[in-house]
Design a protein around this ligand. Structure first.
Ligand code: IMP
Length: 222
């Protein structure tokens, strides 16, 4: 005769195992506080199936969040806390700057509007190339700061990609300064790479890896 205690235990263990498996395989839903579709695509490529990234547009939020501060950290916090205040949801934002050594870290936190309030991507690139001129020191880096608000508490993650600035633009993919930035370990600019190739090196992917690792741990059932 079978032991009823054993049968109940086995049924309990089975139910718990399938609950835990389901919980682990259900991606965490999280709002990404950005209107930049390039960033959404890159972060989605970086996190794969681990997270369900919801853009502001998909969350039905039509807002242009200001970036008034002079550090990437403060701007990232501004964006995530604004969305958290509005929705109460777990969310994250990121702020990125390209820091050129010979320009004392410019454009840095001012990367988006380096050539002026209404200037284009090409105007920003031209300004960097003009200011660098023939300077043989072309070293530069991208730095991304992610601000995550998880269960009401903020966590910051940083990703850095070292590289150098080309003498002229090359390539047509990506966005921003991609055509003039070559990461250490490659000879092509970011704009000559697919999203997957850029992610091998990318500052944003490195910060996103830390975000995923944190959320994996934080969202596991007890
Ligand atoms: P923000 O994080 O939206 O403030 O980005 C600032 C600016 O940095 C963007 O408008 C782009 O010009 C530039 N930028 C940010 N991330 C990247 C990148 O991965 N590649 C090239 N340019 C970038």
């Amino acid at each position: 005769m079978s032991d009823p205690g054993y049968t109940i235990n086995a049924a309990y263990t089975h139910a718990k195992t399938s609950f835990v498996k389901k919980a682990l395989s259900t991606p965490v839903r999280i709002v990404f506080a950005t209107n930049n579709e390039h960033k959404v695509k890159e972060i989605r490529t970086a996190v794969g199936e681990n997270l369900k990234i919801v853009s502001l547009r998909e969350a039905g939020i039509d807002i242009d969040i200001p970036e008034p501060w002079d550090t990437l950290e403060a701007n990232a916090t501004e964006k995530s806390s604004t969305i958290h205040r509005l929705t109460g949801d777990n969310c994250f934002s990121e702020d990125t700057g390209m820091e050129v050594a010979a320009l004392n870290g410019e454009p840095g936190v001012h990367s988006a509007r380096y050539a002026g309030e209404d200037r284009s991507r090409n105007a920003n690139i031209d300004k960097v190339l003009r200011k660098l001129g023939d300077n043989p020191d072309r070293s530069a880096r991208f730095r991304t700061v992610i601000s995550l608000i998880w269960q009401g508490k903020e966590h910051l993650f940083e990703g850095i990609c070292e590289g150098h600035i080309r003498r002229e633009s090359a390539g047509a993919t990506g966005f921003g300064y991609d055509p003039i930035f070559v990461p250490v370990g490659d000879t092509r600019s970011f704009a000559e790479m697919s999203a997957e190739e850029k992610n091998r090196y990318s500052h944003r992917r490195k910060a996103a890896d830390q975000l995923v690792a944190f959320l994996r741990k934080a969202s596991q059932p007890e």
